[in-house]
Design a protein. Structure first.
Length: 460
């Protein structure tokens, strides 16, 4: 934005224009993939036009539905341009200042002409005071409202659903979202019968700092929900992670959190319980607040949270951390109401394969020396196209492959977390939507509604 010229020739006016541009940046800068291909000015202009259209739609909704003043202001606020926080601006300024300071040390430039343009702490405080409150809130009764939704009360929720387990783990243990999502079955360990999370920096895992490496006892309430049944299930299925349904993001950091946070936000918005200041990390904030309320020693609290410990006695004479029994007694001080949450065993039973009868399947059965054998069609890929053949398979093999999340016929992975947007949607036949009612089963496939086994209704 200042052109291709030596840094010594940049004028004060150009540095001021650079700062003004920083304040115009949107709050989610860099997250959309399109931002990688656009200049800052293009991003700002595109976002302004988008928000102008949203604001126009909001005004139409307000007039058409005669919305009251409070709701009208909420609609307008949602449509307005969200700019970066003053602290974020200061961080960007600090990055440039550091680079120029390094150039001065190397003798490349004589002085740092941008140093005086970096925001001071006093200026940051003034700017923050002029903005609406953005600090995180504590999850109080809102957490009960969250647990009262279908994701936690329905037995149809899959046992390995990270959206179900994640908030409870964060609330009871204060773990970061990335620490939860990258847990492996081997990270759930025991010592003298005491189960604990081994938070480590292993293969495919990261830790925010060296202090994040720690042992955290597993809360008894999490065990009562059947968390170990989930761990054993994932281990038996050969899963590398406990919550393997969450994929890494496409952003530069490649984190699980970026993907998971979007789903957590979307779920709360669709259930009408969304509050901007009550995000997933606020569960960790709530845990920290509770440790203060229970008068837990600051050194123990810092250890469980994975924060840097300033106590010399702890750092030098207790480098391996606190005894697990001590941490267990402290973490059990907090007990929350989980009576509405269905257990893992109930989820396992509700997702167990149902027995298949010949009358239900419309298929032929044979009996011989082997257990029940199913004569079933199966699709094969050839150069001439897809061919349908018949082969005999054991029923327990079919059930095992369905439980593994693959369609037995077409062998494709069924991605349950994106069932309504992926190409595998016909596996589920969402009849609640008019569009999908034109699909129906073929007589040979009632085991699972696979796209390869369906035909389309022809309306006259």
């Amino acid at each position: 934005m200042i052109g291709n010229k030596p840094i010594q020739q940049v004028t004060d006016g150009e540095w001021t224009a650079f700062n003004n541009m920083l304040f115009k940046l949107q709050s989610n800068l860099g997250k959309p993939p399109l931002h990688k291909e656009q200049h800052c000015f293009e991003i700002i202009e595109r976002e302004k036009k988008k928000k102008a259209r949203e604001l126009c739609k909001a005004e139409i909704t307000i007039k058409k539905e005669r919305v009251d003043k409070d709701d009208a202001e909420a609609l307008r606020e949602k449509a307005r341009f969200k700019k970066v926080a003053p602290r974020t601006v200061q961080r960007h300024q600090g990055n440039l200042r550091s680079a120029l300071n390094h150039a001065v040390k190397l003798g490349v430039i004589s002085h740092n002409s941008y140093k005086s343009f970096v925001l001071s702490e006093k200026a940051i405080d003034e700017l923050r005071n002029a903005r609406p409150e953005t600090s995180r809130m504590l999850w109080l009764d809102e957490f009960k409202d969250l647990l009262g939704k279908d994701k936690w009360t329905s037995e149809k929720t899959e046992i390995d659903d990270p959206l179900c387990w994640g908030p409870i783990i964060a609330r009871l243990h204060g773990l970061r979202s990335e620490e939860i999502l990258q847990l492996k079955p081997k990270n759930v360990r025991s010592d003298d019968g005491l189960l604990f999370f081994d938070i480590e920096r292993g293969t495919g895992q990261s830790a925010k700092s060296n202090n994040a490496r720690r042992f955290v006892p597993i809360h008894s309430q999490l065990l009562e929900l059947g968390f170990m049944e989930l761990v054993e299930r994932q281990k038996n299925h050969g899963k590398r992670r406990v919550f393997d349904k969450v994929a890494r993001s496409e952003s530069s950091k490649k984190t699980f959190t970026a993907t998971f946070t979007k789903k957590f936000t979307y779920y709360r918005k669709t259930r009408k319980i969304y509050e901007q200041r009550l995000d997933f990390h606020a569960l960790r904030t709530t845990f920290n607040s509770r440790t203060v309320g229970y008068a837990i020693p600051d050194t123990a609290s810092r250890y469980m949270m994975g924060h840097k410990n300033e106590d010399v006695g702890i750092v030098n004479y207790l480098p391996e951390g606190f005894p697990l029994k001590t941490l267990k007694s402290l973490i059990e001080l907090e007990q929350i109401d989980l009576s509405v949450v269905s257990s893992a065993s109930a989820k396992l039973k509700s997702h167990a394969p149902a027995p298949i009868s010949p009358s239900m399947m419309g298929l032929s059965w044979m009996r011989g020396n082997l257990p029940e054998i199913l004569i079933t069609p199966r699709r094969h890929n050839t150069r001439r196209g897809n061919l349908l053949s018949t082969e005999a398979v054991r029923y327990d093999q079919v059930a095992a492959e369905i439980d593994d999340g693959r369609c037995y016929y077409c062998r494709r992975k069924i991605l349950s977390e994106r069932r309504n947007v992926y190409e595998d949607i016909e596996h589920y036949l969402d009849k609640s939507k008019e569009y999908y009612r034109k699909w129906c089963f073929s007589p040979v496939n009632l085991l699972i509604s696979c796209p390869c086994m369906q035909f389309r209704k022809i309306h006259p």
